[in-house]
Design a protein around this ligand. Structure first.
Ligand SMILES: [Ca+2]
Ligand SMILES: [Ca+2]
Length: 203
């Protein structure tokens, strides 16, 4: 019986560690719910400071200072949602987003993911690398939001995005915790069964 009590103690200790981790997860989750100053536009959360113009690098730091990153545009739906928002608010037509070809000319990489952009919709005759343009902006052209390579030093607005990875991390933790809870329940049921059948190991 002492062996069984020992096993239960070890199990509860492991569960306690995960339970403590769950407290941290709740913190991450609570923070994810409080996204200020990011607001929902389409399916993502963005933040545009309409009184601050910066070069591309300062824009990237600025977004990170709010726990975000320059917006990583991944689909036509995201472009359309931003186009509608920018048009409705009459925001100036140039805004930095996440992407540059600083490492290798013509290869546009997301700074947030370190991978090539998954979606592009270029301004006509662009990207043209005119005068060494290596950073990417959204450009409202004829009422349509398009992408353009521009000089990284140009001071324009920035579109920051609430990072998706926080939500994914929180979900992963929740899954881990539910698996462990299932194991504890299974163990408790097994213990009950062996007790009822007088089959539990004894010391
Ligand atoms: Ca370039
Ligand atoms: Ca260009």
């Amino acid at each position: 019986m002492a062996n069984l009590a020992h096993i239960i103690l070890i199990f509860l200790n492991i569960y306690g560690i995960f339970a403590a981790d769950s407290t941290c997860n709740n913190y991450v989750s609570e923070n994810a719910e409080n996204k200020h100053p990011f607001i929902k536009i389409g399916n993502k959360y963005y933040f545009i400071n309409e009184s601050l113009k910066m070069n591309w690098f300062a824009s990237s730091y600025y977004c990170r200072s709010y726990g975000g990153e320059l917006a990583n545009i991944e689909s036509p739906a995201e472009m359309l949602a931003l186009q509608n928002y920018i048009s409705a608010r009459k925001i100036e037509s140039r805004l930095w987003f996440d992407g540059n070809d600083l490492a290798r000319e013509g290869e546009y990489i997301s700074h947030a993911t370190g991978r090539p952009l998954t979606f592009t919709n270029w301004l006509p005759n662009n990207p043209d690398n005119s005068s060494n343009e290596d950073c990417l902006e959204l450009y409202l052209y004829n009422k349509t939001l398009l992408m353009n390579d521009d000089n990284c030093d140009r001071k324009i607005f920035a579109i920051c995005q609430y990072p998706e990875r926080y939500r994914q991390k929180s979900l992963t933790y929740q899954n881990d915790n539910s698996i462990l809870s299932g194991l504890v329940e299974a163990f408790a049921q097994t213990f009950q069964n062996c007790k009822s059948r007088a089959l539990c190991p004894t010391s």
